[in-house]
Each structure stands twice: as structure tokens, then as C-alpha cells.
Design a protein around this ligand. Structure first.
Ligand SMILES: [Zn+2]
Length: 449
């Protein structure tokens, strides 16, 4: 071939390469935008993630604005480096943008709005200005907190004891109830009330700080929180210390049996006991919280709760226990229930009417029944030798649930009886007392005009 022919081929090849790259760089596919489907902004504002990607040319520019009744507020604007021949340096997308939607900083006014997200790529399309995508996300701006008003008067509550409060909330609040420090107690519709009032049964956790704040809270969908205070008096009390020697019989009999049931290596009984008393106990308590979370707003209990018939109290609520082996403390725990002993294999009765939430083996509690009495109140029966009820069963006050035993972490035949309000163990003594239940709970359950 002549030099001239080679020249023509080279020109043609160049034309093809140039044509192809022009064609590629002129692509007409707009960027993809990722953002929430809808947004609710409350007084505290929120952060959302916005992302954009463009597989062919990469992102050149990303802009986020909020169009509200007061105009357009700039939220975010960024240009990304690149060049016309090659497109964006970073492809296909840009790092996620965390857009802060702070109503005060943006000067937002209450009402409906749109978040407008605009992304442009590095394509040569539209006379080198690129392809642009626009996404409009509906936004609701709600800057008013629900208002809470408390109907209940002066309320006395003991440390590790229970109480109740009746209140109203001005708007629909997905989360309302009582906050005692960090502990939350869910509110429920006041049974039989046609006036929209709510009731929360709450408790003071055993180890709550002195003067722990107690208030009613209501949070709307935008996260705005209203609070209501009323007169409360926290009555302090102390708790017993107890030392429990772990005998050889327990360490070489009960502990290996439990280890076996839990699939643990039992070669060192003290180490196994320590593991069971700490890790297994913590896992069991977490499971109990998941179980009681399935409780309903339906009021089932009536009058006082029953204490096991003809039983002797062998351990009281909220004692601090130290476990001793050969004169040395090897472990400790708080005993969040009553131990009640009668004859071996004694009948165990439901302390009040309710629904069976759980009836199965539960680690240190052995064969265990948990009843839901409604309004966040549940009762627990541990160490049973036999269970006669199943999950979902409705039980009446005094109905037999099973027979006492020594299953789980128990040294002998007895019932471990506990009451929870929400996630918090409370002193059953109050709930066993007809006068206390009448004055502190039932008096508030009677709808008044
Ligand atoms: Zn116990």
C-alpha cells in the first residue's frame, strides 16, 4: 500500500474513534437519585441521606432545596470535579450526602412542602450542559408539639413500687406514656372512657436515681415531644442484703444439670454458676422484655392479685444476693421477685385474670408462665414442675397454671413470683394488697365526667 492509502486508513480510524467517543460522551441517560419517599420535619429537624449516580458520565452537580410556604431554602449544593473528554473523576456516583433539615436554620414555615433534588451529569448532551434529573419529595413540616394535660392529683409512689396517672393529649401521638428517668411506661386508652383520656401505669425502678424526674410525655410523628408534669412524691426505702452459700449438693447436682440443659461444659461448677448467673440471667431477662412487649391495652385484672395459697415467704423482692463458696463471694444478683414455698408440687394459681403470653422453659426460671393482665402489667411464675396452660389461653383469677417445682436455678421446690410494669420489676406486695390496688390503680380506672 502507498503512504497515501495508509493515511486514509489512519484518518478513517481516527474518525471512527472520535465519532464513537463523541457518541458515547453525548449519552442521554439522566442520573439516578436516591432519597426518602416522604419526609416529616419536626422542631428538632432531621438528617436525611441523598445519593446520586450516573454510570456513563458521572455526576457533575448536585443540588438540594426545600420549597415551602415561605419560598425556597438552599439545603445543599456541590459541583464535582471531572473533564469534558473523560467525565467525572469519581464514577458512577458521588458519596452520600447527609442533608441537615433544620427548620430554624432554614427558616421553615409550618405546612406542606417539597424537597427538590437536582442532579446533573458530565454528558455532552444539551450543548455540553449534561443530563439533569429532578426528584420532588413531599415534605410535611410540623413544628407544634402535642400538649399534655394531667388529670391526676398528688401521687405517692414508692421506690420499686407502682402508680398510675390519667392524662389527655391534644393530638394523635404514636408514642405517649410516663418517663421515669430513662424508663418508659406506655400509655393506653382509659378503659370505658369516651373522652379520649389515657392511662399509664408506671413504676420507679429499684435503682433509679434519687429525685428521678417523673413526667407524662407524648411524641407526634414528627418527633415533637410535649410533656406534662404533676405533683408526685417518691417514697424512699431500703432493700435487704442476703448471702447465699452454694453447697456441694447444689454445685455438683443442680449446676451440672442446668449446664447440660443449656449446653455448657460443666467441668468447673463455680465458673458455670458464674456464667449462668450473669450471662444466662441477662439473656433470660432480655427475652422476658421481648415477651412482655406483646402485652395489650386490654384491661383484664380486677381487684388485688393473689399470693400463693398457704405459702411461706423465703425471699423478698429486690434483695441484693451474694453467692458464697468456701467463704468467698463468687457472684451476685438482685432478686426481682418473691420466693414462696409450700408443699412440693403445690398448685400454682393465676394471681389475676389475664392471657398466657408464655408457657415454656426459660433458662434460670425453669418452666415458666408469664401472664398479661393488660395496661402493661404482667406476672411471672418460675421453677414450675408442670405447666397446665398454653400461650394465648385466657385464664381467670385463681385458675391453675401448673405445679410448683425446682426447675431452673432453684435450690428447692418453690415458686418464684414476679410482677412487671412495662419492662420494670415491681414489688408484688402492693399488688397483693386490696386497699392499695383500689386506691392507686382502680380509683383512676373509673371514668369520671
Ligand atoms: Zn426467686
Amino acid at each position: 500500500m502507498t503512504g497515501r492509502a495508509w493515511g486514509v486508513i489512519a484518518m478513517l480510524a481516527l474518525a471512527i474513534v472520535t465519532g464513537t467517543s463523541i457518541w458515547l460522551r453525548c449519552e442521554g441517560v439522566p442520573p439516578e437519585i436516591r432519597a426518602p419517599d416522604q419526609i416529616v420535619i419536626g422542631r428538632a429537624g432531621l438528617e436525611i441521606n441523598v445519593g446520586a449516580k450516573d454510570p456513563r458520565s458521572g455526576i457533575k452537580e448536585l443540588e438540594v432545596r426545600l420549597r415551602h410556604a415561605g419560598g425556597d431554602a438552599a439545603v445543599f449544593h456541590q459541583s464535582y470535579p471531572g473533564s469534558l473528554p473523560t467525565g467525572a473523576i469519581t464514577k458512577p456516583g458521588v458519596p452520600d450526602v447527609v442533608a441537615k433539615l433544620d427548620p430554624k436554620a432554614l427558616g421553615l414555615t409550618e405546612g406542606e412542602a417539597f424537597l427538590i433534588i437536582e442532579a446533573t451529569d458530565w454528558s455532552w448532551a444539551a450543548l455540553f450542559s449534561g443530563n439533569t434529573s429532578v426528584l420532588e419529595v413531599p415534605v410535611r413540616i410540623d413544628l407544634k408539639a402535642p400538649r399534655v394535660s394531667v388529670d391526676t392529683g398528688l401521687t405517692y409512689v414508692k421506690r420499686a413500687g407502682s402508680a398510675s396517672v390519667v392524662y389527655r393529649v391534644t393530638e394523635e401521638a404514636p408514642r405517649d406514656g410516663v418517663l421515669v428517668g430513662e424508663a418508659f411506661f406506655k400509655g393506653h386508652p382509659l378503659p370505658g372512657d369516651t373522652d379520649g383520656r389515657r392511662i399509664a401505669i408506671f413504676a420507679i425502678p429499684r435503682d433509679a436515681p434519687a429525685n428521678v424526674p417523673i413526667r407524662v410525655v407524648a411524641e407526634d410523628a414528627a418527633g415533637n415531644r410535649g410533656t406534662g408534669s404533676w405533683a408526685t412524691r417518691l417514697q424512699e426505702r431500703g432493700f435487704n442484703e442476703d448471702t447465699i452459700p452454694l453447697g456441694q449438693g447444689f454445685l455438683t447436682g443442680k449446676v451440672p444439670e442446668l449446664a447440660d440443659a443449656l449446653g455448657l461444659d460443666a467441668s468447673d461448677p463455680v465458673a458455670v454458676f458464674q456464667h449462668i448467673n450473669r450471662e444466662v440471667r441477662a439473656a433470660n431477662e432480655a427475652e422476658i422484655r421481648r415477651i412482655v412487649a406483646r402485652g395489650t391495652s386490654e384491661l383484664a385484672f380486677e381487684g388485688r392479685f393473689l399470693q400463693m395459697r398457704g405459702s411461706k415467704v423465703t425471699s423478698r423482692f429486690a434483695e441484693h444476693r451474694s453467692y458464697i463458696v468456701d467463704g468467698k463471694k463468687v457472684s451476685e444478683a438482685i432478686h426481682y421477685g418473691y420466693d414462696l414455698a409450700s408443699t412440693a408440687g403445690a398448685g400454682i394459681e393465676a394471681a389475676n385474670a389475664g392471657r398466657v403470653l408464655f408457657a415454656d422453659a426459660l433458662g434460670i426460671y425453669g418452666n415458666c408462665v408469664i401472664l398479661d393482665h393488660g395496661l402493661g402489667v404482667t406476672s411471672l411464675y418460675g421453677h414450675l414442675s408442670r405447666i397446665d396452660v398454653g400461650p394465648g389461653d385466657q385464664v381467670t383469677r385463681g385458675q391453675t397454671l401448673g405445679t410448683s417445682g425446682a426447675t431452673g436455678l432453684a435450690g428447692g421446690d418453690h415458686l418464684h413470683f414476679a410482677i412487671l410494669v412495662g419492662d420494670t420489676y415491681v414489688d408484688p406486695k402492693e399488688w397483693w394488697d386490696a386497699k392499695w390496688v383500689r386506691e392507686h390503680i382502680e380509683a383512676r380506672l373509673e371514668p369520671r365526667p
